[in-house]
Write a protein that binds this ligand. Sequence first.
Ligand code: SAH
Ligand code: SF4
Ligand code: F3S
Length: 470
Amino acid sequence: MSTMTTDQTAGAAVDRSETETGRRKLFVKSYGCQMNVYDATRMADVLAPEGYDETGEIAEADLIVLNTCHIRERASEKVFSELGKIRELKMERAAAGRETLIAVAGCVAQAEGKEILRRQKAVDLVIGPQSYHRLPEMLRLAKAGPVVETDFPVEDKFDHLARPSNAKVQSRGVAAFLTIQEGCDKFCTFCVVPYTRGAETSRPIEKIIEEATYLVQAGVREITLLGQNVNAFHGLDENGAPCNLSALVARLSHIPGLLRIRYTTSHPNDMTDDLIAAHRTQPALMPFLHLPVQSGSDRVLQAMNRKHRVRDYIDLIARIRAERPDIALSSDFIVGFPGETEAEFQETLDLISEIDFASTYFFKYSTRPGTPGAEMADQVPEDIKSERLARLQKLTDAQRHAYNAAAVGKIMPVLFEKKGRHPGQIGGKTPYLQAVHVDGPDHLIGSEALVEITGTSTNSLFGCLAEQIS
Ligand code: SAH
Ligand code: SF4
Ligand code: F3S
């Protein structure tokens, strides 16, 4: 139950064959965080002028890109089993006289580099997240033999990534991601991100506004600003002065047609007063905050190098709720960090009970080579991690159900994003990021309407249209 483990496939099938058009087909599969989902769209954008159309069918792809995640062992090992299957596909296509290029992108590419070629010889290209603007060039080189590109180039990849067509933006839906910050300087002792994504960098304000404006005029109504530490954002404005996240949100809120702004993921230590206040003063900034805390034990937090205490987090939440009492909070937790005792785990459960989250994501600690956590004594046995995870899940499931149940009877603005599962149904999100299904006309997709919440299921709400508001 995590956004971090969903596998997403970019693109829909395009009904043209290579022989008819001379164009080729691209299949991108993303693992891991939203940043990879965003990167998948940008890789497709840079490859479109090269003659690649996206497909949802891996078997018909001339180029397969695995956009990988290194955060936990299972995520990164999955890549190699997937590559084994893709190798067979490549051989079958070769027997039919069709060439298939295989590229490994994302954080496993960055972390493992040429080791990937050693483990799977069918791979043609290994390319790190900072080099996606060089994909066309690298693919040309890969025709002559395997290529590995994991340098951190000096140029800004975002300056060189092609812009998608309006039709392409529309096909991706009304809610879009926009990466504004990359990398991390925090070095939590369990985490690979500072190694795979490099040092923290922020994009210039002008470029972000330009991209957001472009997305909105093509039909996007909600933008989620992305960064590994998005609230540490400090991009330069037009005068070369650093601008923080709340100032960026204020600038973005002037874009006509942009109804909703969200941001993720934040670090508690970068939650500034003005950003907290923006949740009250900026109507477009949604009342939802994902603020990972990882543990409810001061000793564990210190061993994790999180640089704050449990009390700081509790006080911070109180300040946020004072500004925006209805804000929905979510968090990430790691269970079984080295040395975590039963009493320390109990402190995590206590913190979760005290804060009362709308949703939570939790992970068994996974030892990552090269991180300080991997060298720590007292690694917690798997069976204890599993047992703690189950208890944590029980508590957080109950909180999530109670949170959703409390919505029943309320009237909320819902931004409709897509058709529902059943005919005549449409689906959207509340300001609090809850999925809602209602019976309603397709033409509401892309607009907000008031919905009365009538019921809940495991992961979503049901409602009926009250009145259209935009
Ligand atoms: N930058 C974000 C999140 C990055 S990774 C932040 O600071 O919160 C997303 C989540 O994966 C983390 O919040 C953490 O809960 C989890 N995670 C990271 N490394 C992990 C590891 N080695 N084992 C288990 N979970 C991990
Ligand atoms: Fe990883 Fe910590 Fe950086 Fe988040 S803040 S990306 S958990 S090192
Ligand atoms: Fe995974 Fe890299 Fe994101 S390790 S969580 S894809 S930053």
